[in-house]
Every structure is written in structure tokens, then in C-alpha cells.
Design a protein around this ligand. Structure first.
Ligand SMILES: C[S@@+](CC[C@H](N)C(=O)[O-])C[C@H]1O[C@@H](n2cnc3c(N)ncnc32)[C@H](O)[C@@H]1O
Length: 286
């Protein structure tokens, strides 16, 4: 091979490598291969629920919003919040910079009813009294970033903010009975237990309680040891991805409350998480 041909081949090879690298990096930056599946998953939503999601994605890309939750989990929570039956408000315990808040508020917007109550100290409180190290990036408080993100998402009107400790704010709650309670604040066993117990009285019968970070020991410990055997709740058959567990509040302790699938023919089902095998059959409250 001539020297000219060889150098041409080398250039070609290096150019190909550079292009491949650029593509992989872009995919990574956009949140991984999983991101490309999301718009396809969104096609399984009812038209108005999907439209709300598309509007939100136009305003903030699903993987570029500053928050703590991977895109597939965000989509699962949005789907549950938008489709769970009943009337009432959504309470989010642990909002950080408002990524999940924006999805929950969009769910209220597409339903045309309900309001989100975002409860957080906004100083990055972490279990054990520490703070998330990344709080420094926000100058010690995430409140401004939280408000900015809600404005960008166009959902400020759907959200009320409660600044303080989640357990203390439970006593000050003045919203409607809770249709969806999303727990994502203190992930220690005692933290999750206190959040569940203090907010429980506000949850509407049939309301949904979502636990995030089930892969963390504190959350898994409480869910597996207590919630699984608690006769006040039943497992939701809704779409639950790894790291997200949902249960419903029984209609009345002595009533046999049957949980029905959210939509017949839809692919909604309870999947096993990578942590523990959860019951896949429908559970009735005793
Ligand atoms: C994991 S982040 C929430 C992430 C957010 N849901 C998301 O996915 O984008 C936990 C948040 O809970 C808040 N937090 C933790 N413990 C709390 C407590 N006991 N009371 C109030 N807020 C708390 C922290 O300040 C932090 O903003």
C-alpha cells in the first residue's frame, strides 16, 4: 500500500472513531440508551396523558432536568399520578429541585383537577442529620432552583410549597384528601416510617402511596417488614419499576376492597424488583 493510501486509511479510521465517540457521548449525555425507549413507552399512554408529557418534554428534556430520578422511574410515577383513580391532591415528600414535582404537577394538569403540595426543608436534608454534598452547588438552598424549574415546566400554579420537616408539615397540611402520596425524603427506616405514619391520616381511602428508593436499605426494610404485612394497605397493580413501590390505602378496614387494574388491556402490572420478589397476584384488604 502506498504511503498516501495508508495515511488516507488512517484518517478515515480516526474520523470514523471520532464520529462513533461523539455519538456515544451524546447518547450518554442524553441519559443513556434508556432515553430512546421512553418516547416509545409514552405511546402506551392515553392521548391526553401523553400530550401532557410531550408538553413537559418540550419545556424540559426528560433527562436534562436537574433532579435525582432516572427517566424510566419518572415516567412510571407520572403514569401512576396521571391515571390513579379518585379525586384529591398529590403530596410530595422530598422535592429537591422540583424535577419529580414538575411531573406530578403535569399529571394534575392533564386530569384538570388536584394540586401538588411539595414538602421539603430545601436545605438538602439527608438521613442521619447530614446534608447532600451537592447542596453546595445551590448555595445551601434548593428553593430558588426548585422555583425556577417549576416556572420552566409551566406548572407553578399547580404547586404549593411547604418549607420544613415532613413530619412537622403533616400537622399543618390544609389541602384536600391525598389521592397520591409520594415519599422520597428521609430514606432511613425511621424516616420512612415517620413519613408514612404522620401523613397516613390525610390519604384518601383508595389513595396511592408511592415509596421511592426501594433499593435503599431503610426503605426496603420498612416496606418489607411493615408495609407488606399491614392490613391497612394493599399492593397496587400499577406499573412499578425497579426502585419504586406503590400500595393503596384500603377503603375501610372491614370492607373487602378489591383493587382493579388501571386500564384493561393495558400492560400495567406489578413487576418484581431486583431486590425482592413481591406478590404479583392481586391482594385484597382484610
Ligand atoms: C432524594 S431528594 C428528593 C428528590 C426528588 N424527589 C427528585 O426525584 O428529584 C430528598 C429530598 O428530601 C429532603 N428531605 C430529606 N429529609 C427530609 C425531612 N425530614 N424533611 C423535609 N425534607 C427532607 C431533602 O432536603 C431533599 O431535597
Amino acid at each position: 500500500m502506498s504511503a498516501a493510501k495508508l495515511s488516507y486509511r488512517l484518517c478515515e479510521y480516526r474520523l470514523g472513531l471520532a464520529v462513533a465517540r461523539r455519538i456515544v457521548n451524546t447518547v450518554r449525555r442524553l441519559g443513556g440508551w434508556r432515553s430512546f425507549c421512553l418516547p416509545l413507552e409514552a405511546l402506551t399512554l392515553d392521548a391526553h396523558v401523553a400530550a401532557g408529557l410531550m408538553r413537559l418534554w418540550q419545556r424540559m428534556h426528560w433527562s436534562s432536568g436537574d433532579g435525582m430520578m432516572p427517566a424510566d422511574q419518572l415516567l412510571a410515577i407520572y403514569r401512576l399520578a396521571a391515571t390513579w383513580p379518585g379525586r384529591g391532591d398529590i403530596v410530595e415528600l422530598g422535592s429537591w429541585v422540583g424535577l419529580t414535582t414538575s411531573y406530578l404537577a403535569t399529571a394534575c394538569a392533564v386530569r384538570g383537577e388536584g394540586h401538588v403540595w411539595a414538602v421539603d426543608t430545601f436545605v438538602g436534608t439527608k438521613e442521619g442529620g447530614e446534608a447532600y454534598p451537592s447542596i453546595e452547588r445551590f448555595g445551601g438552598s434548593t428553593l430558588d432552583a426548585f422555583r425556577q424549574q417549576l416556572t420552566q415546566a409551566g406548572v407553578s400554579r399547580q404547586v404549593s410549597t411547604m418549607v420544613g420537616y415532613t413530619t412537622e408539615m403533616a400537622g399543618k397540611y390544609e389541602g384536600n384528601p391525598i389521592r397520591v402520596l409520594f415519599i422520597d425524603a428521609d430514606h432511613s427506616y425511621d424516616g420512612v416510617r415517620s413519613d408514612f405514619e404522620t401523613w397516613w391520616p390525610h390519604v384518601a381511602p383508595g389513595g396511592l402511596i408511592i415509596f421511592h428508593d426501594y433499593l435503599m436499605d431503610g426503605v426496603a426494610g420498612f416496606v418489607d417488614d411493615v408495609i407488606r404485612h399491614d392490613e391497612r394497605v394493599a399492593w397496587a397493580p400499577g406499573q412499578v419499576v425497579s426502585n419504586v413501590v406503590a400500595v393503596t390505602k384500603c377503603v375501610a378496614k372491614k370492607t373487602r376492597a378489591k383493587i382493579v387494574p388501571l386500564a384493561s388491556g393495558n400492560s400495567l402490572h406489578l413487576v418484581t424488583t431486583s431486590r425482592t420478589k413481591l406478590p404479583e397476584e392481586k391482594v385484597e384488604c382484610k
